[in-house]
Every structure is written in structure tokens, then in C-alpha cells.
Design a protein around this ligand. Sequence first.
Ligand code: ADP
Ligand code: MG
Length: 237
Amino acid sequence: GSSAESYRRRHEITVTGDNVPPPFTSFEATDFPSEILREVQHAGFSSPTPIQAQSWPIALQSRDIVAIAKTGSGKTLGYLIPCFIHLKRRRNNPQLGPTVLVLSPTRELATQIQDEAMKFGKSSKISCTCLYGGAPKGPQLRELVRGADIVVATPGRLNDILEMRKVSLHQVSYMVLDEADRMLDMGFEPQIRKIMKEVPARRQTLMYTATWPKEVRKIAADLLVNPVQVNIGNVDE
Ligand code: ADP
Ligand code: MG
């Protein structure tokens, strides 16, 4: 309706796709479980950021998303809160492999995502582990064996661990490519494509990127199915 359109106009949100649901313009407008709302309130957040407001209802419809928004716009919770709700609906035995896989370009970002997942997913009893290079594999493998609902990984290290057959991705049903543009800039495309061959085709895929150059468009076209595209502000190609 028109309130959705005026919210989008005010926040420079453009959407492309069929029957895109209206944004959640406030936390009260969401139907998030109370334990998640409590965490958000505890963090002192007064309202969703525009990327969250628009991508949450789409993600909760189990649709694929490409979200293009600049750094600092709140993209992490944009995909993590729907991920927590997805886990409530279909959580597998974490010891058989993760239900959610998040790919991230660097160790720093991967650990930040893990911190955010632990903080906001604590009362939802989410387990999350992190795989990244430049650190010994042993402790990471031991954490994996204990089991995690969410694995956050850099493509290089995850690929090494897949080759060692120390993790199975056959239960992944919610897949996030965070900072897709940076991962491609860093040369991770071959590893990403190898990893995606191990993830079931029946899944939800969310791609977050700050820019939208043709390399990112190409990989989005290959990995996502009929995605809704959400842009915040001007798109930097
Ligand atoms: P991005 O991934 O787009 O660069 P982040 O997800 O890292 O952005 O979020 C940037 C900062 O904003 C983080 O400190 C995060 O905790 C905070 N943040 C996220 N959502 C909200 C919100 N709804 N209100 C206020 N701050 C928020
Ligand atoms: Mg981010």
C-alpha cells in the first residue's frame, strides 16, 4: 500500500521482484518471537534500518534475496534474524552438519558475524562456529565436531576443510554470501563455486553486497533462484 511506498521513498529503497512484501517499518510491525525482540531491545535499537525493514519480510517468505547497501547499514542482522527464525522451523542435528552457512571474505568479518549471532541468538539457543585461515585447523575442527547450527566461514578455509571431508554441507538450507563483492575482489570465486556444489539446490540463498558490478551480477544469476533485489540508496557499480 501507500505507506510501504512512502517508507521506501523516504529511505531510498528500491525493490525488484514479484509481489514484494511491504517493509517492517518498526519492530512492533514484525512478528518476531519474543526472545528475539527482547535481544533487540536489550541492544538499544529503536527501529529497523532500511535494509532490515525491507529484507526481513522477504527473507521470512523463504525467498532468495540480493541486497545492495553500503557498509554500516545493518546487513548482518538483516540476514541473521530470519536465519534464527528459519532455525526454529527447521533445525537439523547440528552434529551432522550446519543448517546455515555464511560465507564472509575475512577472519575479522567472520568473527564479527559470529559475535552478532551469539549475542542476538543467545536466547534462541543458537550455536555458531567460525572457520577462517591464518589459524590452526585443530581447534576449529574440534568445535565443528561438537556441532553448530550456523557455520560462518571464509571460502579458502572452508574449502580446505571440505577437501579433508571434515564437514558436510548436505543439511544446509539457508545460505548467505556476505560482502559478495569483496569476496570476488579477493579472488574467492573458484572456492565459492566449489563450496556451492556441496550445498543442496533446495535452499534459500541470500547475497549481501555493497556494490553491484557485473562479476557480482553474474554469480548472483548463477547461484540465486528468482531473487528479490533490494537496493538502498544509489547503486555503485
Ligand atoms: P553492514 O554489514 O551493513 O556493514 P552491520 O550489520 O555490521 O552493517 O551493522 C553496523 C552496526 O549497526 C553494528 O554495530 C550493528 O550492531 C548496528 N545495528 C544493526 N541494526 C541496528 C538497528 N536496527 N538499530 C541500530 N543499530 C543497528
Ligand atoms: Mg556486513
